[in-house]
Design a protein around this ligand. Structure first.
Ligand code: GTP
Length: 311
């Protein structure tokens, strides 16, 4: 996960001549024998960082934002500008760019409202249904009671898929027939949870293109009826730049509070988190890191920074 970006940053900031910036940049911390420290060429280093971010699939806009902030921060820096200083500033800028509202992200395990209702949105194949199963597993492992609402009544097989996941995880599920009204399934699931004083209702929804008007109207109806306490958009780390367009089109139609990014385990380049955070400016609540039910972790900015920077 993120190996290429980590390797590249490590090369740059250790002054690795082959992969890092050119010769004039001698790493101060790399010197074995005491040698006269050369002044680093800031412009050259900034271009190398810019190139590295773009190669790691960080979006153009996010890269620009990072480079502009980095230049401004380095310009204000009182201490000597050497590799460790640049690395520290870059890390701080990336932290700033990805922790958009993360401090406001709800800690799911400590919410007081019962049942806490969560609606999941996302287009086909992003991993939405699997993510609902994983989250149910996460909540159940933390001694919470969960009921799933099989409100993807649009795709043949979706109800069965969720039913199997519910069975595997050991949580309840409310389901109606294929093509029935998704909002009424959600309503029943919430009533079921209320009657039994259950902790969470997780509502699946049809994986739809963000451009399909009828399906979006149906989604709005689920939202009106279920009045979810939280709406989560599930995004696939691997679909590159289009993920931002998807997220922005969704937000122009239906408001959502936060996102879950799936398939991070397949992001060898490392830039998806930065692009998504910078592009949509909503908290990332969890990340999916594999296909097993326990392959989900609450997103932690410092965890990500540790994964891409070596120090
Ligand atoms: N490697 C990896 N695969 C994942 C992850 N999350 C989901 N997947 C896989 O992605 C594929 C699609 O997942 P689904 O849950 O069926 O996707 P969906 O968005 O619900 O799609 P529809 O049911 O068609 O709406 C499955 O093969 C999952 O196993 C993840 O974090 N890592």
């Amino acid at each position: 996960m993120f190996d290429k970006l980590k390797k590249k940053f490590s090369d740059i900031f250790s002054g690795n001549k082959e992969n890092g910036p050119k010769d004039s940049l001698t790493a101060t911390r790399d010197s074995v024998a005491p040698q006269k420290e050369k002044t680093i060429r800031r412009d050259e280093l900034e271009s190398t960082i810019e190139e590295t971010l773009l190669e790691a699939d960080v979006s153009y806009d996010a890269t620009e934002e990072i480079i502009e902030k980095l230049k401004a921060n380095l310009g204000k820096l009182k201490r000597k500008i050497d590799y460790p200083a640049v690395e520290e500033e870059l890390k701080s800028v990336v932290r700033d760019v990805i922790q958009h509202n993360n401090k406001d992200a709800v800690n799911l395990l400590t919410v007081e409202k019962k049942p806490f209702v969560i609606l999941f949105l996302g287009i086909n194949g992003t991993g939405k249904t699997t993510t609902i199963g994983k989250l149910a597993y996460y909540l159940k492992s933390n001694n919470k009671s969960v009921v799933l609402s099989a409100s993807d009544t649009f795709r043949a097989g979706a109800i069965d898929q969720l039913n199997i996941l519910a069975g595997n995880v050991g949580v309840e599920i409310i389901k109606h027939d294929f093509r029935s009204d998704p909002a009424s399934v959600a309503f029943d699931a919430i009533e079921h949870a209320k009657a039994r004083k259950m902790d969470y209702v997780l509502i699946d929804s049809a994986g739809r293109m963000q451009t399909n008007k009828n399906l979006l109207d149906e989604m709005k109806k689920i939202k009106r009826v279920a009045k979810p306490d939280m709406t989560i958009l599930v995004l696939d780390a691997m679909i590159g730049q289009d993920v931002i367009n998807q997220a922005l089109t969704f937000s122009s139609e239906i408001n959502y509070d936060s996102v879950i990014v799936t398939k991070l385990d397949t992001d060898a380049k490392g830039g998806s988190i930065i692009s998504i955070s910078a592009g949509i400016k909503k908290p990332i609540l969890f990340v999916g890191i594999g296909q097993e039910m326990d392959d989900i972790i609450p997103f932690d900015v410092e965890w990500y920074l540790k994964k891409i920077f070596s120090s």
